[in-house]
Design a protein around this ligand. Structure first.
Ligand SMILES: Nc1nc2c(ncn2[C@@H]2O[C@H](COP(=O)(O)OP(=O)(O)O)[C@@H](O)[C@H]2O)c(=O)[nH]1
Ligand SMILES: [Mg+2]
Length: 198
């Protein structure tokens, strides 16, 4: 995978419209405004592949991106947006869960955490849920440019202690730091899937 051909494929407003899986998928989850869309744009070197916004809670769909015809990268709607009604939150939860569950093509979830905050209860719930359904995930600390190196190292240590078996990356869309490690991981996921012929 050389990340030369990244295309927006589809927005699914409802989980029923999700793509029939035919290749490995990697999904991005996190609170709204944590930097999911910015991560996608920076990873794939495109300015407006995924829409970024200063208004939280805007991505309310599954957005599919095809990477070099061998991987789908899926941007999921953010959680933790206070202004949603109870019904909207329930709908959100149902869509996300039915996308994440029982998808054997979903090879990895990237859970994004803002470098400036401790884990929110919604993050902890998401992680517990991924653990429960035995969905493989890695943690990405976003907006690493907003804290200094010592603070970043402390956050990494803390996360490593809480989730010792998980890969923990840090990333800045602004400075483009941490990009290669994540690309390397995507390559590994694709190679592994290809060698297993799935
Ligand atoms: N300083 C800084 N700001 C960022 C970074 N990533 C995202 N942002 C900002 O955070 C806000 C939300 O980002 P967005 O990607 O839309 O978050 P999403 O809701 O998770 O998709 C935007 O104003 C971005 O410009 C980063 O690495 N560094
Ligand atoms: Mg977004």
């Amino acid at each position: 995978m050389n990340i030369h051909n990244v295309q927006f494929i589809k927005s699914a407003a409802h989980v029923e419209q999700k793509l029939l899986p035919d290749r490995p998928e990697v999904a991005v989850v996190g609170r709204s405004n944590v930097g999911k869309s910015s991560l996608i744009n920076a990873l794939f070197n495109r300015k407006r592949l995924a829409k970024t916004s200063t208004t939280p809670g805007k991505t309310r769909l599954l957005n599919y991106f095809s990477v070099d015809d061998c991987l789908y990268f899926v941007d999921l709607p953010g959680y933790g947006y206070a202004k949603l009604s109870k019904k909207e939150k329930e709908d959100w939860q149902k869509s996300i869960e039915s996308y994440l569950k029982d998808n054997k093509y979903l090879k990895r979830v990237f859970i994004l955490l803002d470098a400036r905050h401790d884990l929110f209860s919604s993050d902890k719930m998401m992680i517990a849920w991924l653990d429960y359904y035995q969905i493989s995930y890695s943690i990405i600390i976003t907006k690493s440019d907003k804290i200094n190196r010592n603070q970043l190292n402390a956050m990494k240590r803390k996360l490593k202690k809480a989730y010792p078996a998980k890969d923990i990356f840090s990333f800045s869309a602004l400075k483009k730091t941490g990009r290669q490690e994540i690309i390397d991981q995507l390559n590994l996921i694709v190679e592994l899937s290809q060698s297993l012929d799935i």
